[in-house]
Design a protein around this ligand. Sequence first.
Ligand SMILES: NC(=O)c1ccc[n+]([C@@H]2O[C@H](COP(=O)([O-])OP(=O)(O)OC[C@H]3O[C@@H](n4cnc5c(N)ncnc54)[C@H](OP(=O)(O)O)[C@@H]3O)[C@@H](O)[C@H]2O)c1
Length: 360
Amino acid sequence: MLSNTESITSAYLLPPTTMSIATAAVNAVPYLTLNNGARMPGIGMGCWMGDDSNEIVEEMVKNALANGYRHIDTVIDPVFRLAVGIAHPFTFATISNAARVVGNEERVGKAIRESGLARSEIFLTTKLPNLAHHRVRESFEESFSKLNCGYIDLYLMHWPQARVGDRVLQEDEHPTFVDTWKDMEKLLNTGKVKSIGISNFSIKNLEKLLPRCTVIPATNQVELHPSLPQFELVKYCQEKGIVVTAYSPFGQYKRIFFEDPDFISVAKAHNATVAQVAIAWALQRGTVPIPKSANIGRMKENISLIHLTPEEMELVNNIHKKPGMHRSLVRFGDSPPDKIFGWTYEQLGWPMTTGGIVVA
Ligand SMILES: NC(=O)c1ccc[n+]([C@@H]2O[C@H](COP(=O)([O-])OP(=O)(O)OC[C@H]3O[C@@H](n4cnc5c(N)ncnc54)[C@H](OP(=O)(O)O)[C@@H]3O)[C@@H](O)[C@H]2O)c1
């Protein structure tokens, strides 16, 4: 329950809302303190544009900053890190054409520079692509120069699995994620990044990584929402001092829990929206949701905070137990149904079977 948080200054208070959610209580977005003392705003703006064009990300980030967001989660572009002639790892064939560029560090950086806010007010996250585990420093410098924002607050290893060209490496091949992490630790000496962390790490892979770390990851960014609450992983990370960031807190495209009657009843009790319930639940369990919205109304809604009672928290905690509910909801590019970017669920340590269905 937000044990490592504190309220943020009045500069971060949300503007009065004039939407249908007007009666919901508007509270300050909390801050969390990372294991190195850095402070991270408890809600971020996700920048994976999905069906939306990447053209609008600059405007989205500007609007987000103008409406109270102070934490931006950038999307990296593996295309830039590829040698000519190698297939793009995310084809998004069902979304758009295969040549689609998903990364947006340059546009995000521009929006931040032009926001009129002091750089110190904004928390900026970017990531190391799977294709760059064997050249961490070089890839970091590319991100650093594309963002052009003075420094990066948080640099994440996007996935544990490395890829060299079109080949995904197995767990014991160099660079392993431990090798990659060792190179990421060295980045802290550059003064260009304040914290380092990981993403998509399970307990299984953390058990391999943590004993070999000099620097404990500050955060682990994973898929988290009422259909995939990952209680054990969240508890494990929190016990190790790792803040858990909740990506796809609304379930990306398949927001199945939005239609759950219990979920809706909690929203109605607060005269709030189901999205606000998802955010409140994420915050109150001490995680950091990073919802994406390109719509100003919805982005305001997503940081207009309500507070759930213990009974309501319990109700949401149990939604995944309903038939068909306990599952990943994210579409990972064109990965086959039993693998994610080349690793099986077993390699990832995710307790799932084909299609992301959680197995007990
Ligand atoms: N580390 C990783 O591997 C990884 C993987 C996936 C995502 N992420 C990060 O997490 C961020 C968030 O996840 P996500 O973008 O996958 O999914 P998400 O935030 O769960 O959902 C985004 C979708 O929800 C819609 N939405 C936003 N606010 C809403 C509201 N109040 N009511 C109804 N619908 C709403 C958005 O549409 P509108 O824009 O039209 O509002 C968009 O279609 C990403 O942008 C990315 O930064 C990281």
